[in-house]
Ligand binder design. Structure first.
Ligand SMILES: Nc1ncnc2c1ncn2[C@@H]1O[C@H](COP(=O)(O)OP(=O)(O)OP(=O)(O)O)[C@@H](O)[C@H]1O
Ligand SMILES: [Mg+2]
Length: 274
């Protein structure tokens, strides 16, 4: 099994609940991401985040990125830990919003300029264009880009202006097989860039997402002793999977392993029953 250990917490949700006009959507969520350390490897963190449609994944993503203040509870990020502020955690929404009246390069420059002086912002934007295979398209406007190019641009944009955290909402939906492989590669590259980099992937594609994650969260309703569903969804202990401990993290080609196939089956059943 791969050697690993944990250092300080990077993201901590404590008793997070969310209600909208009295409707409980999220109930009492406490989860933590810690810096995972592997000897000889610069290893960031990847969390796969699952749950049925309408369960509250996007709402929790907005809470984690500081865009929505939860009804109760707290979100702390970074090391040393501090309450999350908008901008700390990049949130790549499914429709990949970009500034339509700006070129691709300008879109990235605007993001980079929020954190860096002009010369450095330009250098960083250029380097992301190269790394994401977008350099030939730098002068194009968003409407001229393909879906996959827009997506990579949106990921680059969030990486340029957020610290070490990024949440991707449904990054694999609507992509062809080759593009899925490419986005997987980009996510792995991002997590290899810095020990503290953490990517949360919200997805219905269990196999693709689990294969590149070291932790899984499953958002589901809990039942009381009588078997009745409690209002709202949570991520209970049983639905926090440590893939590193299970020996299912950081292995290329993991999808073919029987233990992996079994886990996917198990997850499907848990999601079906929720
Ligand atoms: N601003 C809001 N006001 C009232 N209800 C809301 C608001 N935002 C979200 N909701 C409700 O919260 C619930 C969870 O929505 P959310 O978008 O987080 O689901 P999801 O898990 O992301 O689903 P999907 O997989 O379909 O994207 C839904 O019932 C939704 O109607
Ligand atoms: Mg959603």
């Amino acid at each position: 099994m791969t050697e690993f250990s944990y250092k300080e917490p990077l993201l901590t949700l404590s008793n997070v609940s969310q209600q909208f006009a009295g409707e409980v959507v999220l109930r009492d969520i406490s989860v933590q991401v810690r810096d995972v350390v592997r000897p000889g490897v610069q290893q960031g963190q990847v969390v796969g985040f699952y749950g049925r449609s309408g369960m509250g994944k996007s709402v929790l993503s907005r809470i984690i990125s500081g865009l929505l203040v939860p009804t109760t509870g707290t979100v702390q990020v970074g090391s040393p830990a501090r309450p999350v502020c908008p901008g700390d955690v990049g949130f790549v929404q499914q429709r990949y919003p970009l500034f339509n009246h700006r070129t691709l390069l300008d879109n990235l420059l605007v993001a980079a300029a929020r954190k860096h002086p002009p010369a450095e912002a330009l250098a960083r934007a250029e380097s992301f264009l190269e790394r994401f295979g977008l350099a030939p398209h730098r002068r194009k406007y968003p409407a001229m880009l393909s879906g996959g190019q827009r997506q990579r641009a949106a990921i680059a944009q969030q990486l340029l202006c957020s610290e070490h955290f990024i949440i991707l909402d449904e990054p694999f939906s609507g992509l062809d097989i080759a593009m899925i492989d490419e986005v997987k590669k980009i996510i792995l590259e991002v997590t290899a860039l810095d020990e503290l980099n953490t990517v949360v992937i919200v997805s219905h594609d269990l196999s693709t997402t689990t294969a590149i994650s070291d932790t899984l969260w499953l958002l589901a309703p809990e039942r009381d002793a009588a078997g009745q569903c409690l209002p709202g969804a949570t991520i209970n202990q049983k639905h926090q999977y440590n893939l590193a401990q299970m020996g299912l993290a950081w292995q290329p080609g993991i999808e073919a392993k029987p233990e992996f196939v079994e886990l996917i089956q198990h997850l499907k059943n848990e999601i079906r029953q929720s």
